[in-house]
Design a protein around this ligand. Structure first.
Ligand code: ZN
Length: 241
């Protein structure tokens, strides 16, 4: 049987499907991913870009990166649209994402856990004041580094390295209760997020990995498809019509 048909059958037969997404799902939107050959870390080194101590000393690297991302004409990908449709039809129950780009919400998904936070919220670490994201984003687009009224640099509510991942206990619970766990566009390199599929598999869920490259958990997977995600999405759609 063709892999794509197996995928459809797995989704049709599951009762509680969790989809876990990483940067790879957003590359077709125009956002570069982190670790591939054209990835963000080639230009902005990993140990600087999401390093909170470095950000506190010099936020210009992070905000320079953010400005660059904001200048891209970002489009919701076919795979995001398919996931929204599947949730609407009751075929998937939860999205857990490592992405901070808000594309799942824009596509129409409702039950989303953004474990690395998002760019919808900005706040000041010093005085605790929350700041309107639209205003901050306009400032960043104008190459300004956003400052709070207390003169401290405003930070995004995203998870930097060494900071605690959000909703992790809840996501462990949800993953453990799933009977199908689909990884999309994640190389599963970042802990503790990469443990979630393991919780799922240990509790007898079937694991599916849809990714361009190999992952550390390929050995545990019931099904692996290494293919461009939008191409895969097209083939999936022809199967459901
Ligand atoms: Zn402040």
């Amino acid at each position: 049987m063709k892999k794509i048909k197996i995928l459809k059958d797995l989704i049709d037969n599951a009762k509680n499907t969790v989809v876990f997404t990483g940067a790879g799902i957003s590359t077709n939107s125009g956002i570069p991913d982190f670790r591939s050959s054209n990835g963000i870390y080639k230009k902005y080194p990993q140990d600087i870009l999401f390093n909170i101590d470095y950000f506190r000393r010099d936020p210009s690297i992070f905000y320079g990166y953010l400005k660059e991302i904001l200048e891209i004409d970002i489009k919701i990908t076919k795979m995001h649209k398919i996931l929204a449709e599947l949730e609407k039809n009751g075929k998937i129950q939860t999205i857990i994402t490592q992405n901070i780009d808000n594309l799942h919400e824009e596509a129409g998904n409702k039950n989303i856990y953004e474990i690395h936070g998002s760019l919808k919220k900005f706040y000041c670490e010093k005085c605790g004041k929350h700041h309107n994201a639209d205003i901050i984003i306009d400032k960043v687009k104008n190459s300004e580094i956003p400052k709070c009224s207390c003169d401290n640099t405003i930070r995004p509510d995203v998870v930097f390295f060494s900071e605690q991942v959000k909703h992790i206990q809840k996501c462990i619970k949800i993953s453990s209760k799933s009977d199908l766990f689909i990884v999309i566009g994640s190389s599963l390199n970042v802990v503790p997020a990469s443990w979630l599929p393991v919780y799922a598999v240990e509790n007898k869920a079937k694991l599916v990995i849809l990714n361009n490259d190999k992952t550390n958990l390929d050995n545990y997977a019931e099904l692996i498809i290494n293919e461009d995600l939008d191409m895969l999405g097209c083939r999936f759609l022809t199967l459901t019509k």
